[in-house]
Design a protein around this ligand. Structure first.
Ligand SMILES: NC(=O)c1ccc[n+]([C@@H]2O[C@H](COP(=O)([O-])OP(=O)(O)OC[C@H]3O[C@@H](n4cnc5c(N)ncnc54)[C@H](O)[C@@H]3O)[C@@H](O)[C@H]2O)c1
Length: 244
């Protein structure tokens, strides 16, 4: 249980769902974690469970100034930064016809700018420490088209493209940048769907079930760890075969 021993990580959107599962697994593997989220109540409750191995920082990923505060807190409390997981995201189900400028802006600010600001904020400190690992969370919606999630899918395709480009730009600084593509994962993000609908769509997954947040967390631990030291720019799907 030492795959991330002595590593220091910032995980965004870690108050809930996959981010919370990642924070738990990271601590189990020996990391110190900054739980960074808009959701203070759940973020603080999680940090209490994680003991002295995690701190909560209230954070809006779409605000560049907020990123500076998260980094400063991380450096002050833990003394460095080795891993960034850009996990925070928003998801609204709307077709192209239903999508307006405000919905495009929302997905752009959180999913795209949030990921960009994160990478831009931490890379210098990682470089000066001799390297690091960034894991960006996209979606299988960034692998092919899908109906009714126009703005979301567009934003996740940008996450995919930014990750590929950053893998080139940061390789010389020994910073690895990889993408995880979750499929249908049973988290609060899917809550706008009824259980009956989720049961129906899970039958369209080759594995015949939704994924658990812990199953995505395992992929993130791998990419963040030194086991993946020669892996950068890769695209790892965790989707029960949906992308196959
Ligand atoms: N659940 C799925 O089926 C699924 C599938 C593919 C990809 N994803 C992606 O996985 C990631 C995690 O989602 P989840 O399923 O755990 O959902 P979730 O709703 O449980 O968690 C998302 C978290 O992001 C936080 N967040 C939202 N906007 C933020 C902001 N501006 N600043 C900081 N934090 C913010 C929320 O407070 C929440 O804690 C997201 O990027 C999502 O797009 C989810």
């Amino acid at each position: 249980m030492n795959r991330l021993k002595d590593k220091i990580a910032i995980i965004t959107g870690a108050a809930s769902g996959q981010g919370a599962a990642e924070a738990r697994r990271f601590v189990e593997e020996g990391a110190k974690v900054v739980v960074a989220d808009l959701n203070e109540a759940d973020g603080k409750a999680l940090v209490e469970q994680l003991g002295g191995n995690a701190i909560f920082v209230a954070h809006d990923v779409s605000d560049e100034g907020s990123w500076q505060r998260v980094l400063e807190n991380c450096l002050e409390v833990f003394g460095g930064i080795d891993i960034l997981v850009n996990n925070a995201g928003v998801y609204r189900q709307k077709t192209l016809a239903e999508t307006d400028r405000a919905l495009m802006d929302l997905h752009y600010r959180v999913n795209v700018l949030g990921t960009f600001f994160g990478m831009k904020t931490v890379y210098r400190v990682m470089r000066d420490r001799g390297g690091g690992a960034i894991v960006n969370i996209a979606s299988i919606a960034a692998l092919r088209g899908a109906p009714g999630i126009f703005a979301y899918a567009g934003s996740k395709w940008m996450v995919r493209g930014m990750t590929k480009s950053a893998a080139h730009d940061l390789a010389g600084d020994k910073i690895r940048v990889n993408t995880v593509f979750p499929g249908l994962i049973d988290t609060p993000m899917l809550a706008e769907n009824t259980r009956e609908y989720l049961d129906t769509i899970s039958q369209m997954v080759p594995a015949k079930r939704l994924g658990a947040p812990e199953e995505v967390a395992e992929a993130v631990v791998y990419l963040a760890s030194d086991e993946a030291r020669y892996v950068t720019g890769t695209e790892l799907t965790v989707c029960g075969g949906m992308s196959a």
